[in-house]
Design a protein. Structure first.
Length: 131
């Protein structure tokens, strides 16, 4: 945990340098870290709170990704024809020797993309509370 906080602190210090050297950057937020730093500058958040929020965001992202992949694989195991079709799509689009799918490859894999979306629909990684 402490090593992760140290990594975040390095990133925060680097971003603060960029923000202080570029007056325009402090006026317009471009990502969540800029938003958190703006709240820090306005004394609405402490640096400790920012660190814990960043840890929570990272943790939530890894949990939801893992959960989605687990459910997608479970659905493919239950439906071998779907698995074969997905494997064929990957081989046709990327070749037999492809060992890793990159984000840039997703546009070539509509069936695999549909499998992930359907897994998210059937097994959402978080609870959606509607009013």
């Amino acid at each position: 945990f402490d090593k992760l906080i140290d990594v975040f602190q390095d990133i925060i210090r680097e971003r603060q340098k960029i923000r202080s050297s570029n007056a325009c950057a402090t006026k317009q937020t471009s990502d969540i870290l800029d938003t958190l730093l703006k709240l820090y500058e306005d004394n609405e958040l402490s640096m400790g709170e920012i660190n814990h929020l960043l840890v929570d965001i990272l943790d939530a992202g890894t949990d939801t990704t893992a959960s989605t992949l687990e459910w997608a694989m479970a659905e493919l195991v239950k439906n071998p024809k779907m698995m074969i079709r997905a494997q064929n799509e990957i081989e046709e689009a990327l070749g037999r020797s492809c060992s890793n799918i990159q984000e840039s490859d997703i546009s070539k894999l509509p069936y695999l993309k549909a499998i992930i979306k359907e897994s998210l629909r059937l097994h959402p990684p978080t609870v959606f509370l509607l009013p």
